[in-house]
Write a protein that binds this ligand. Structure first.
Ligand SMILES: C[S@@+](CC[C@H](N)C(=O)[O-])C[C@H]1O[C@@H](n2cnc3c(N)ncnc32)[C@H](O)[C@@H]1O
Length: 326
């Protein structure tokens, strides 16, 4: 059987549907999806967008969100990633979409678990307001009994070998040897020129971003759905991690790339910026000197560490392979 199916069926490994997401959603059985991850279009003038009045846009989103809730399992999650809607009137004002979308999710009984801030460095340079350098991910669950595997997405501790120096725990590690909770502010480079994952899509998800959601909110074999699939980052990340991925995309040119990326993921050949790769922080070079890479304090390795945890070591080794000296 081919890796990719054009229509939804439960035994498929991946579904890439060309067309309107509501059509795909209609074909998905109730309570069959563990995780919905998506970034809908939000009227910022991208090539694939038609301008909509905010009320029309929200009414349209409500229909899609209702369908996503119907197909979601009781222990499942929905992650809706959005930025600002830009008013096309004289005011040119912004409307943070998470604020106006939240009432829709909560009226459908969903429970907000986190509002993750995704911070990135590159984007439009505004002249009449501050340049936008973050977007948000609204993470909702369908019930209070939901799947969440924090250990699968821990990040290196700042001081991995630090121990309690007094009291009943003296000598024991004072932080989790598996790494720390990544928190609700995620610094992950957005996919711009020179990014290893760059395709022709103007705003694709970095694989690392979707992977954090997929690893922590679904199990191997589960279905992960993206109604606005673009070039298939969600499905590719799902397949790369042993999940099943389904998505709809209306633009044929993006569907083609999505299929290629899902196939590459299934073959273990998808190009990705690996998780926990340190962020490059160039400093002003001295005259005639090349730009130097500085490792932010947050990812420095404590030289006194005698950490034995395999997971922590795996994370440390990854950093070492990027040339960071312990
Ligand atoms: C913000 S982009 C998503 C990019 C995606 N996260 C990725 O990594 O490639 C939104 C996508 O939704 C698509 N789209 C817009 N309306 C749609 C609809 N009704 N059904 C399916 N796809 C739609 C657009 O063509 C666009 O590629």
């Amino acid at each position: 059987m081919s890796v990719i199916s054009a229509k939804f069926h439960k035994e498929a490994k991946a579904v890439v549907f060309q067309g309107d997401c509501r059509q795909l959603l209609q074909s998905v059985p109730d309570q069959s999806i563990q995780l919905v991850v998506t970034s809908p279009p939000y009227n910022v003038g991208k090539s694939y967008e038609k301008h909509r009045r905010l009320d029309d846009y929200l009414a349209d989103q409500e229909k899609v969100i209702k369908e996503c809730v119907r197909v979601l399992r009781p222990g499942g999650s929905i992650c809706w990633q959005v930025g600002n809607y830009i008013r096309r009137d004289k005011s040119g004002g912004i409307v943070p979409l998470d604020i106006v979308l939240h009432p829709i999710f909560s009226s459908l009984g969903l429970i907000l678990r986190n509002r993750v801030i995704w911070h990135f460095e590159h984007g439009l340079h505004c002249t009449k307001r501050l340049s936008g350098r973050y977007e948000t991910i609204l993470w909702y669950t369908k019930s209070d009994d939901y799947y969440f595997d924090l250990d699968s997405i821990r990040v290196p501790q700042k001081y991995p070998g630090k121990k309690h120096f007094k009291g009943p725990k003296a000598g024991q590690l004072s932080c989790n040897p598996l790494g720390k909770n990544p928190g609700d502010v995620w610094i992950i480079p957005n996919v711009k020129h020179n990014h290893v994952e760059k395709t022709g899509h103007p705003c694709q998800f970095p694989i690392e971003l979707v992977e954090r959601l997929i690893l922590s909110m679904s199990r191997p074999g589960d279905w992960v759905l993206d109604p606005y699939a673009g070039v298939g980052s969600t499905m590719a990340a799902a397949v790369r991690n042993g999940r099943r991925g389904a998505g709809a995309e209306i633009e044929p040119k993006y569907v083609k790339v999505a299929k290629e990326r899902v196939k590459a993921a299934a073959a273990g050949l998808l190009k990705v910026r690996e998780r926990n790769t340190p962020i490059f922080v160039p400093t002003a070079p001295a005259r005639g000197q090349p730009v130097r890479l500085v490792v932010p304090e947050a990812v420095q390795i404590d030289p006194a560490s005698d950490e034995k945890s395999t997971e922590q070591l795996r994370l440390l080794q990854k950093r070492a392979s990027y040339g960071v000296k312990p």
